[in-house]
Design a protein around this ligand. Structure first.
Ligand code: DX5
Ligand code: ZN
Length: 225
């Protein structure tokens, strides 16, 4: 079953709690929270305080995407803020295993993300531990960018890596996902869809989520035809 986690980066941040409630009513499976430190990526967004403030406003699972350097030093902050998944970038730390271990030890799901130019082999060392591999389909840092179709073969490669593992791992895609390309990424092996601008710029959050889900489900039935 495909999971859809809209990213709040493209929502009306002046009405964040209302927008999150819209997502919950609209059938989202989780909330993708883009954390940026202005160092790992050239943009600065929200941190643990905002996550903590949102925590009591929704039951949606929080998928915290840490686009920050040395994430292993900040895991505790994102745990205490109420994250249900914490995803770190393989490129942002020399201690990827330590970061993943810290997240798992706290009983929270662990994700690892790779930028478009990073070879997926970099995550071999944590494959047996992670719950999510997030393949960036844009350069991280901003919402509203165009999907990079050149990443489709990489999604397929990651799907093969996952299918060789015994532990259940979601294959996430993040960046420029819309009704136009969701079937392609699902056919390539994605099971976890992050979408920001497509959901929030559509004018109807519920319809956008339903459209993504319908096209993703259609792609799955095609695979099994
Ligand atoms: C980019 C973020 C993405 C982004 C997705 O660095 O990690 O989650 O907000 O937004 P869209 O779907 O608009 O590309
Ligand atoms: Zn993200």
């Amino acid at each position: 079953m495909i999971k859809i986690a809209p990213s709040i980066l493209s929502c009306d941040l002046s009405r964040l709690a209302d927008e999150v409630k819209l997502l919950e009513k609209g059938g989202a499976d989780g909330l993708h929270l883009d954390i940026m430190d202005g160092v790992f990526v050239p943009n600065l967004t929200i941190g643990p305080l905002v996550i903590k403030a949102l925590r009591s406003k929704t039951k949606l699972p929080f998928d915290s995407h840490l686009m920050i350097v040395d994430p292993e030093q900040h895991i505790q902050d994102y745990l205490e803020a109420g994250s249900d998944i914490i995803t770190v970038h393989a490129e942002a730390t020399k201690n990827l295993r330590q970061a993943i271990d810290k997240i798992k030890k706290a009983g929270v799901k662990a994700g690892v993300s790779v930028k478009p130019g990073t070879a997926p082999e970099i995550i071999e060392s944590v494959l047996k531990k992670v719950d999510l591999i997030l393949v960036m389909t844009v350069e991280p840092g901003f919402g509203g960018q165009n999907f990079m179709p050149a990443l489709l073969p990489k999604i397929k490669t990651v799907r093969q890596m996952i299918d060789r593992q015994k532990n259940k791992i979601e294959l996430g895609v993040d960046g420029g996902i819309s009704a136009k390309n969701v079937a392609q990424v699902v056919a390539a092996g994605a099971s976890f869809i992050v979408a920001g601008s497509y959901v929030f710029k559509s004018g109807d959050v519920t319809a956008a989520i339903q459209c993504l889900r319908a096209k993703a489900d259609e792609a799955i039935t095609q695979i099994f035809k």
